[in-house]
Design a protein around this ligand. Structure first.
Ligand code: SAM
Length: 395
């Protein structure tokens, strides 16, 4: 195997690998996956190697840096596979392992062109294009070969953008080996709910229970049929109103994407009741503060309906983010890809812990008095928020 190891070391060390495929298992039942692809990708400015393990019904990805990728390739070739194709710009290498374990490396002229990973390369999505993905196919975003349908490209990008935002918060989830409990309020047709389930289970190999809740019974029934077709046993949908939902004792993550007006606040209140570790919320059509906003200095912005409406949305989301900070969360506002081409494309991402809540209290009190507003979220939170709205001298 020495020449195989040497080849692997060289192509990773010199960063010349374009892609690779390992196939033909030595023992058919040694591992559950049947094939492994590998390709370099750039994540956060650094080169990693994405290994895709092809199981009968799913593909699981693992990203490894150089040395770890070398070890993984060595391990896979030494223990599991008989055949490896490694493509570089200089040559195609074929590795063949005999039944007795002796290895041959054949070198052939290159058939693939190197790509500039940092500049010209197509964006590498969490759910890549041209790779079959059962839920994307079932929802009509991709065909069976993984090609994204032309009229679903926005949806494809939105799904991947959402998953990027999820990827950043996964390390903050403290489910301690228990299945991760997630609720998606106002899930609607649930493209993103299915994506979340796929990402956490098939890509990250986590145990989850996801519940989607929506007012619309027909949509809920339809989503349950799809979940059943896909064999997503821990993904359920129920009909109901967020405000009345009392079903779960502990939720680690609350999702609420484009839930209308104060339905977003209802979702945030539930998340606070559960003390959820992570909240992902994309508010929608916020009319709540529209009639309340007033400050003489802001008159030039208040007198134009369209500007006032946008202003009101921004003030509403700022209030929500600030209240979450007061309640002990670190919040970020990120740009989400909206399906409707509206200005309502902000995602509030809140992760438990880490914020100076006293600073947030002062900001909130000043902001409220500037705008002369009584936010709905404050009213509904009542005493829970009020007891924190105290500026402590000397802190
Ligand atoms: C614009 S859709 C968004 C669907 C999905 N979350 C998405 O982002 O693609 C909003 C959904 O929220 C649901 N909804 C609104 N108010 C609700 C409430 N109080 N309780 C439950 N669902 C609600 C609606 O029925 C609708 O399906």
């Amino acid at each position: 195997m020495d020449k195989v190891f040497q080849l692997i070391d060289t192509i990773i060390d010199q960063e010349i690998l374009i892609s690779g495929i390992l196939s033909n298992l030595r023992k058919k039942d040694a591992v559950e996956y049947q094939k492994v692809d590998v390709r370099p990708i750039i994540i956060k400015g650094g080169r990693v190697y994405q290994f895709s393990y092809h199981y009968p019904k799913k593909v699981i990805h693992e990203n490894l840096e150089g040395a770890a990728a070398v070890n993984k390739l060595r391990e896979l070739m030494e223990q599991y596979f008989r055949q490896g194709q490694l493509y570089t710009a200089e040559a195609d290498y074929q590795i063949l392992i005999s039944k007795k374990g002796s290895a041959a490396v054949l070198k052939k002229p290159p058939t693939k062109e190197a790509q500039d990973l940092s500049h010209n390369r197509k964006k590498s999505y969490i759910i890549p294009e041209n790779e079959p993905c059962p839920f994307m196919k079932r929802l009509g975003v991709m065909n069976e070969k993984g090609k994204v349908l032309a009229n679903k490209y926005d949806k494809f990008r939105q799904i991947n953008r959402f998953l990027e935002m999820v990827a950043d918060i996964v390390p903050h989830l403290k489910n301690k080996g228990e299945p991760l409990q997630i609720v998606d309020f106002g899930c609607g047709k649930s493209y993103l709910t299915f994506a979340l389930y796929h990402y956490l289970t098939a890509i990250l190999d986590m145990k989850v229970n996801i519940l989607g809740l929506d007012l619309k019974e027909d949509v809920v029934n339809h989503c349950n049929v799809i979940a059943c077709d896909l064999g997503y046993e821990q993904l359920k949908f129920i009909t109901g109103d967020i405000r009345q939902y009392t079903g779960k004792e502990k939720i680690h993550m609350v999702v609420s994407l484009h839930a209308c007006d104060t339905a977003t606040d209802a979702a945030l209140i539930k998340a606070l009741e559960w003390d959820a570790e992570v909240i992902l919320s994309v508010p929608c059509c916020q009319h709540e503060l529209l009639g309340q906003l007033h400050n003489e200095v802001m008159k030039p912005m208040e007198k134009h309906g369209i500007i006032k409406e946008r202003l009101s949305s921004l003030v509403t989301d700022s209030v929500r983010a600030n209240i979450l900070e007061i309640m002990g969360y670190t919040t970020q506002i990120l740009e989400f890809i909206s399906m409707e081409h509206t200005a309502k494309n902000l995602l509030i991402r809140a992760v438990k812990g880490g914020r100076n809540t006293q600073e947030a209290v002062e900001e909130y009190i000043n902001f409220k008095s500037f705008w002369k507003i009584e936010p709905y979220l404050e009213k509904v939170l009542g005493e829970r928020l009020k007891e924190r709205l105290v500026i402590k001298k000397g802190e």
